[in-house]
Design a protein around this ligand. Sequence first.
Ligand code: B4P
Length: 193
Amino acid sequence: MFNLILFGPPGSGKGTQSANIVRSYKLEHISTGDLLREEVSQQTPLGVEAKKYMDQGLLVPDEVVIGMISSKIDERHGARGFIFDGFPRTAAQAEALDKLVEFKNTEITLMLSLEVPEADLIKRLVGRGISSGRSDDNEEVITKRIKEYHSKTTPVAAHYNAQGKLEHIKGDSSIEQTFKLLAKHIDKYLLPE
Ligand code: B4P
């Protein structure tokens, strides 16, 4: 199995590039952001709880997110591999993911980290906020999300770097160009279908 973590700050293009990767490599896509937004829109108890954090630009508590991921992996057994988009976002989530995949007799193959300057991130997310109406895409909340990323999420890259699995990708060129850079790394393990 090929299991990829697509990593990077808010607005770095994880969701955008996941769609391209899934199309080419037929991996199962697990996006904690999408799963949480789905829970919020359906007003489930989990969604009502998660919304309080998301609207403030804060991370949703680890136990909520980890439980959600575990059941999604189980639902899609027999997959060629997974792309984890927006997960793990804390050291505790990374440890939980390593255990989950080990339990399923597989492991994380690779982490690709999208690097984009902060000014570009803010510009992209403000733009997305205008077109999508997402409640966490206004300048005040975006600044908090980037702060949260630096304090809680960047240690996750060190975790996979220590395992020799981290690659940095320049993510500030066009969507097509960025995909080509990502594909170069994925092709070492898996060919497009
Ligand atoms: P996410 O849904 O993961 O979203 P994101 O980080 O904002 O965006 P992403 O990097 O996917 O950017 P995108 O491709 O859309 O998280 C939302 C919230 O959910 C978090 O703040 C948190 O509260 C919660 N959450 C999620 N996972 C969690 C976890 N594991 N633990 C705890 N809480 C969690 O791109 C952004 C914009 O840029 C788009 O408009 C796109 O069109 C544009 N764009 C992309 N690539 C571009 C390029 N190359 N050039 C120009 N524009 C580009």
